[in-house]
Design a protein around this ligand. Structure first.
Ligand code: SAM
Ligand code: SF4
Length: 337
């Protein structure tokens, strides 16, 4: 072990988000323009073996305990199953999860589970087929639903749902989405819309705030304080009175108030992009290259030291409320959400 990924404010990163591709088969309006974005050139993308090597360094030398694969759309990565398998073989074995739009997951869930995937977060912003098409610029609602249910059937549980509400678009669906999640035993999390879209069109006035989401939910449900410690997790969670999940535990709902209720002081994340750059924050404007040293022959200890050096200057907060705030040059789809 080389040591922990600690920053100058004493925060320790134990949760690694790995983007496996910047490409996607949807075009969610808050993420990408309909025409997409210029994709990373293939030679820049880490190979499966390179991803496995860096994840191995993170787990065996830097104290990473949780790995989440994301993108872009991680199910589009041809080597996904092999990467999960290599990750699950690490000692100590990390928890492995996937954030996905679930298109095609019904066909892949069994193989991913067998490879060692523990659970999934599926992004679903609406229960209306036409709205889904308007929101994502693709008619894939049925595919997402099939993937979602396929994940649960394969035992990738607890299945979590991620929802971004947009004013005037789907902000009337907080309650129906929670009813849907409760009916199926899925755990729903609402995420405040963040200034990370490729088009740079984020506007605070269209963001539905955590307070508004909670007010909408409380009109139909009784939300009780969650006795379980949040422990650095971005979501604030509540128990939904009278409901249970598939395992018979009290059902929960979460709100990730990234903008209005920032959790930066407790952040335990580090990020690796598909082209091998370490980011110490979703909103960082600087990245640290690991691909160059990796391809140049650096050993594991050297890579681990570079990773530590990349984390040390992590800022105390994202600074969205700061008048000097500038959106990071890369969009969420390229950073890895
Ligand atoms: N394609 C996968 C998916 O959609 O789940 C993984 C990548 S996506 C960037 C990860 C998560 O980020 C999704 O839940 C998505 O809704 C969320 N997301 C994307 N852009 C966002 C934004 N501007 N603000 C808040 N959440 C965003
Ligand atoms: Fe693709 Fe996910 Fe972005 Fe939607 S949020 S466009 S599914 S990367």
């Amino acid at each position: 072990m080389t040591g922990a990924l600690v920053d100058s404010f004493g925060r320790i990163a134990s949760d690694l988000r790995v983007s496996l591709t910047d490409r996607c088969n949807l075009r969610c309006t808050y993420c990408m323009p309909p025409e997409g974005v210029p994709w990373l050139p293939s030679p820049d993308i880490l190979t499966d073996a390179e991803v496995a090597r860096l994840v191995g360094v993170a787990v065996t030398r830097l104290g990473i305990r949780e790995i989440r694969f994301t993108g872009g759309e991680p199910l589009l990565r041809p080597g996904l199953v092999a990467i999960v398998e290599a990750t699950a073989a690490l000692v100590p074995r990390p928890t492995i999860s996937l954030t996905t739009n679930a298109i095609g997951l019904d066909r892949m869930a069994g193989a991913l589970r067998q490879a060692g995937l523990d659970r999934v977060n599926v992004s679903l912003d609406t229960l209306d087929e036409d709205r889904f098409a308007a929101l994502t610029h693709r008619r894939r609602f049925a595919d997402t639903l099939a993937g979602l249910h396929g994940a649960a059937a394969a035992g990738l549980t607890p299945v979590k749902l991620n929802t971004v509400l947009i004013r005037g678009v789907n902000d009337d669906e907080a309650v129906p989405l929670l009813r849907f999640a409760l009916a199926h035993g899925y755990e729903l999390r609402f995420i405040e819309q963040m200034p990370l879209d490729a088009q740079h069109t984020w506007d605070r006035t269209t963001m539905v705030t955590a307070d508004e989401i909670l007010a909408a939910l409380r009109a139909d449900f009784t939300l009780l304080p969650d006795p379980v410690d949040r422990a650095g997790a971005p979501a604030e969670t509540w128990l939904v009175d009278g409901y249970r999940d598939l395992a018979g535990r009290p059902a929960r709902v979460g709100v990730i108030g990234s903008v209005t209720r920032p959790f930066c002081g407790d952040c335990d994340r580090t990020r690796l992009t598909a082209d091998g750059q370490v980011r110490n924050c979703l909103f960082a404007r600087e990245e640290s290259d690991l691909r160059g040293p990796l391809r140049g022959g650096a050993d594991d200890a050297g890579l681990a030291q570079r990773w530590q050096a990349a984390m040390w200057p992590k800022k105390p907060g994202h600074g969205i409320d700061d008048p000097t705030f500038l959106q990071p040059p890369r969009p969420m789809s390229a950073i890895g959400g």
